[in-house]
Design a protein around this ligand. Structure first.
Ligand code: OXD
Ligand code: MN
Length: 604
């Protein structure tokens, strides 16, 4: 860990003129607690970023990549025990357990502060504390929120500069207000036994100790923009969701915006950056990205329609499997000014991960910093990159960035899409009958677990609205909030469910996915615009085979029928497996959920 004096290289390293007195007081308190050797007030300037990278290289936090090939790019290797979100160590801290609800880990507020204070005491001795002011959301947006993160991780400070609107702008947005999220973070000794990610929604505060992993340590992201914001949204009548946000321009030039919730590492970034097949491009279809992970939505009082912003300013995407075929826009994003975490290092200072190219390199250094060759890989089963290795890149690197990505007024939401990672039972696409049914579809979303969180992979778990790990309060109140949002809207988005991951009996994916998802997207957009036909089924509205364009695909109508097949017996089993969620909610199940389940049973 750094013990160098930053102020030599990144002056001025003093508090900004006219520092907000509430910030000043809180920083003083945290300095007294953590006892850092140095304080670095981040300004967000390009000079500062360069200086921090230089220092990171000197300290061994970063490896400078080949700047001829990858200008401004760096590699970071994390502690091998710290490569994913630690859901079992993530807590909602409130006076009583009911506020946190049955799906969250709960700690009593005072007990949590006492435990954490002990850990934070003196934890930054000999280290630099970075003061990182940031804004979540376009500047001036009615929903934009300011946070200040104090951290002893240079990697975290630099990453926050990519993922948020960081620096001077945050002081301007905050002015003299006391309303900012107090985010305290320390790497501690990166020991999983002393790792706690604690949220205090009633205090608008997050304390994270013992991890440098993005989802645990970049506190603007999962902590502020989802857990704290979901709580604030419920109190104030808006929504914070684990969703991508994309625009679909049709050949007439009309844009339809979709917000889509898929669980972690299940293709949100790929879908948000989709490039339509050539035929569609020629017709004039174009996809633009507003965001790939989080949306904040509110009802415009003038129109009664749902609008949304992406609170983030960058992407923290999974790299394995990403290449110029599967996601060219993500590859563009990574061509400059990107931090790669836990990927392989090639002899020429480039990077590699499984799936980047068909053939592995003859030799490289793996994510653990050890020599790797295909022979070693075969013998030991070791991978070059960690399965949850990541890229961190500014959204301005994306050639398909939506023109409204920085618009404080956000974009209208025409459709909400829920999607799981399901190898069996769940068809490619269907549309919910209405909003209330759509909420039920989202609430009962099931998905196979991935490497984005520690724990067993590939088991189906219920992940309501893909928010299970990110809810800052009781799931009962969250579902009621979703149902009640209907009353605020004069016209509400159409709701859909998709599954790109269905497999046949041979274990092969039945649908090609990636850019070809455009074919499903077109049906969704046409449904929103009243241009596409659908048949009523037990699940909802479904396209007929002829409503999905298969031209140019290696699939015939029978294949599509198989992908869309609804097996009633399998669905009855699906209902039984939903009981896992219903039992957790027990007596607290919102009545709308019970009614929707009864209706589904009666249809089956
Ligand atoms: C993420 C996640 O990193 O959901 O976005 O884990
Ligand atoms: Mn996510």
């Amino acid at each position: 860990m750094s013990t160098t004096v930053v102020s030599d290289r990144t002056t001025p390293n003093t508090p900004p003129a006219g520092l907000n007195p509430h910030v000043a007081r809180w920083v003083d308190e945290c300095v007294a607690l953590c006892q850092p050797e140095e304080l670095h007030w981040c300004t967000g300037s390009a000079d500062e970023r360069r200086a921090l990278f230089d220092q990171g290289v000197a300290d061994g936090v970063f490896i400078r990549l080949n700047h001829q090939k990858l200008p401004g790019c760096y590699l970071h290797r994390s502690n091998p025990n710290d490569v994913a979100r630690s859901e079992q160590l993530t807590f909602i801290c409130t006076p009583g357990p009911d506020m946190a609800g049955p799906t969250n880990n709960w700690m009593e507020t005072k007990a949590a502060y006492a435990k954490l204070r002990e850990l934070f005491t003196g934890c930054m001795r000999g280290r630099t504390m970075y003061v990182v002011p940031f804004v979540m959301g376009p500047l001036g947006s009615p929903l934009a929120k300011v946070g200040v993160q104090l951290t002893d991780s240079l990697y975290v400070a630099v990453s926050m500069g990519i993922m948020t609107r960081m620096g001077q702008v945050a002081w301007q947005q905050l002015a003299d207000d006391d309303e900012f999220t107090r985010c305290l973070h320390s790497l501690g000794d990166v020991n999983p036994d002393r790792r706690y990610i604690c949220h205090f929604p009633l205090d608008n505060a997050i304390w994270s100790f013992g991890s440098g992993y993005g989802g645990n340590a970049l506190l603007g992201k999962k902590g502020l923009a989802l857990r704290i914001a979901s709580f604030l949204g419920q109190q104030q009548g808006w929504m914070a969701e684990h969703m991508l946000l994309m625009g679909v321009a049709d050949p007439q030039g009309q844009k339809t915006y979709l917000a889509a919730a898929f669980p972690s590492a299940s293709g949100k970034t790929n879908f948000a950056m989709l490039i339509p097949p050539e035929k569609y491009q020629k017709q004039g279809w174009r996809i633009t990205t507003v965001g790939d992970d989080i949306v904040w939505m509110w009802v415009d009082p003038q129109t009664g329609r749902l609008r949304a912003i992406n609170p983030e300013a960058g992407y923290f995407g999974v790299v394995p499997g990403t290449n110029w075929q599967t996601n060219p826009n993500a590859m563009h994003c990574m061509t400059h000014d990107t931090i790669f975490t836990n990927v392989g290092l090639l002899p020429d200072g480039d990077v590699w991960w499984e799936g980047k190219t068909d053939d592995p390199p003859a030799e490289c250094i793996d994510w653990l910093g050890e020599k790797w060759t295909p022979e070693i890989g075969k013998e030991t089963g070791k991978k070059v990159a960690h399965a949850n290795s990541r890229f961190t890149a500014p959204m301005t690197n994306n050639p398909a960035l939506d023109e409204s990505a920085n618009d404080p007024g956000g974009v209208p939401v025409n459709a909400i899409v829920f999607g799981g990672r399901r190898s069996k039972t769940i068809p490619l696409v269907y549309q919910a009958f209405n909003w209330m049914h759509g909420v039920y579809v989202g609430a009962t979303l099931g998905s196979e677990t991935t490497a984005a969180a520690t724990g067993q992979q590939g088991v189906v778990r219920r992940d309501p609205m893909a928010m299970l790990p990110f809810l800052g309060y009781n799931i009962r109140d969250y579902l009621v909030h979703w149902f009640r949002m209907r009353k605020r809207m004069a016209d509400c988005p159409r709701v859909f469910h998709v599954n790109w991951f269905r497999k046949n009996d041979q274990g092969k994916f039945m649908w090609p996915g990636f850019g070809e998802n455009m074919r499903v997207l077109k049906w969704i957009v046409d449904r929103c615009r009243g241009r596409a036909y659908a048949v009523e089924t037990v699940l909802g509205w479904m396209p007929r085979v002829k409503d999905i364009d298969l031209e140019g695909l290696d699939l015939d109508e029978d294949d599509l029928n198989a992908i869309q097949q609804v097996d009633i017996d399998a669905f009855k089993m699906e209902l039984v497996s939903q009981e896992e969620l219903f039992l957790k909610l027990a007596g607290d199940l919102p009545k709308e959920m019970v009614f929707q389940r009864e209706l589904l049973i009666s249809r089956l």
